[in-house]
Design a protein around this ligand. Structure first.
Ligand code: SF4
Ligand code: SF4
Ligand code: SF4
Length: 303
C-alpha cells in the first residue's frame, strides 16, 4: 500500500523542492509508492486540506524552510500533528538557513532596514495590512517541534532526498555521516602552510589541488560529507552548506579553531582576512549557533 506523504514549504527559496523535482525520471522509482496528500508546489492544495486530515494519518512529512512568519510556525505545528515521521528537509529547516543570518539584528532593525532605509525604497513605510506577522527571530525547526529525520543541504542533492525517502519507505534508518566533505574530496592535499587568505575572485584556483592549501576558504574540513564534495570537485570552495557533522557542536567554532591551527599568521591578521566572518563561517546555520543563542539571550528572546 502506498504511504501517505505531505510536503510543506515554510519561508525558503523552494530549492529543496526543486532538487526533488530534478530527479526527473528517477522519481518513477518512488512515486508509485507514495500517496501525495499535500504538496502546494505542484498541486493547488490549501492549508485547510492539511488541517482537515486526522492527526498522525500521514506517514511521511517533509518540511522545507524555516519559520520567519507566524503562518510558517502554524504550518510547522500542523505538519507535526498530522505526520508520523517528520523530516526536517534542507539546511533552512534544520539550522535556520541563510535567512538565519538575520538573527544578528532584532526584528525592528530588520524591518526598518528593509522597508525604510534601503537605498531602493521609494515609499518608506513598514507594511502592516494582509501580513502574516513575523517571528521575532529564526529558530531552527527541530528546536520548535520534534523532527524524526534530519536531511541537511542547501539544497540536499536529489540523490540525498531519494535515499532518505527510500529509507523511510523501507523502514530503514537514515543516519547522518560523521565524515566531512574533505573525506569525500578527490583533491590532492599537502601539509598546510597558509600565509594569506585570498577572496574567491583573487587569482585562479588551480584544478586538482586542495583549494584550502591554495589559500582560499574551503570549509570541507568542517562540513558534513553528504554531497559527494560537489563544489571542490569543480574547483569551487565549499561554503559549508550542509552544516557541521553530528559530532561537531558548533560549525563556526570548529572552523575558527581549525583555521587558527593551519594559518601561519598573527590572530589579528587572520581576523582581518574575513570581512564577514559570521556569513563566511555560518552560511546556513547561524540560527543554530551558540553565538545566535547568546545574542538572543542578551535581548531576552527565548530560543
Ligand atoms: S535549504 Fe537552501 S535550497 Fe533548501 S529551501 Fe533553504 S535556501 Fe532553498
Ligand atoms: S579543503 Fe576543500 S579542496 Fe581541500 S580537501 Fe577539503 S574539501 Fe577538498
Ligand atoms: S561542497 Fe560544501 S557548499 Fe558545496 S554542496 Fe557540498 S557542503 Fe554544500
Amino acid at each position: 500500500m502506498a504511504k501517505r506523504i505531505a510536503l510543506a514549504q515554510l519561508s525558503s527559496c523552494w530549492g529543496c523542492d526543486q532538487s526533488l523535482v530534478d530527479l526527473h525520471l528517477g522519481l518513477l522509482d518512488v512515486l508509485p509508492k507514495l500517496d501525495i496528500v499535500f504538496w502546494p508546489t505542484v498541486v493547488d492544495y490549501k492549508l485547510a486540506d492539511l488541517e482537515a486530515l486526522p492527526n498522525r494519518s500521514v506517514h511521511i512529512g517533509m518540511v522545507e524552510g524555516s519559520c520567519r512568519t507566524k503562518e510558517d510556525l502554524h504550518l510547522l505545528k500542523v505538519m507535526r500533528e498530522k505526520c508520523k515521521t517528520l523530516v526536517a528537509w534542507g539546511s533552512c529547516s534544520i539550522f535556520g538557513g541563510v535567512q538565519g543570518l538575520a538573527n544578528q539584528w532584532d526584528l525592528k532593525e530588520l524591518l526598518e532596514r528593509k522597508f525604510i532605509q534601503a537605498e531602493t525604497v521609494t515609499d518608506p513605510r513598514i507594511p502592516d495590512e494582509n501580513m502574516p506577522g513575523f517571528t521575532e527571530h529564526i529558530t531552527p525547526n527541530p528546536q520548535i517541534v520534534e523532527c524524526d529525520v534530519l536531511l541537511p543541504g542547501c539544497p540536499p542533492t536529489s540523490e540525498n532526498t531519494l535515499d532518505a525517502l527510500t529509507a523511510l519507505l523501507t523502514n530503514k534508518p537514515f543516519d547522518l555521516p560523521t565524515k566531512t566533505v574533505c573525506d569525500q574530496c578527490p583533491m590532492e592535499r599537502k601539509e598546510k602552510h597558509i600565509k594569506k587568505f585570498k577572496r574567491n575572485y583573487e587569482g585562479n584556483i588551480e584544478a586538482g589541488k586542495c583549494i584550502l592549501d591554495q589559500g582560499y576558504l574551503c570549509l570541507g574540513f568542517a562540513t558534513m560529507g553528504l554531497c559527494g564534495a560537489q563544489c571542490p570537485s569543480v574547483t569551487t570552495p565549499c561554503k559549508g552548506c550542509f552544516g557541521p557533522t553530528p559530532i561537531m557542536s558548533d560549525h563556526g567554532a570548529k572552523i575558527i579553531s581549525a583555521l587558527g591551527a593551519v594559518a601561519e599568521m598573527e590572530p589579528e591578521e587572520l581576523k582581518g582576512s574575513f570581512p564577514d566572518p559570521i556569513g563566511s563561517f555560518y552560511f546556513t546555520d547561524y540560527a543554530a549557533s551558540y553565538l545566535s543563542k547568546m545574542r538572543g539571550k542578551e535581548r531576552g528572546q527565548e530560543h
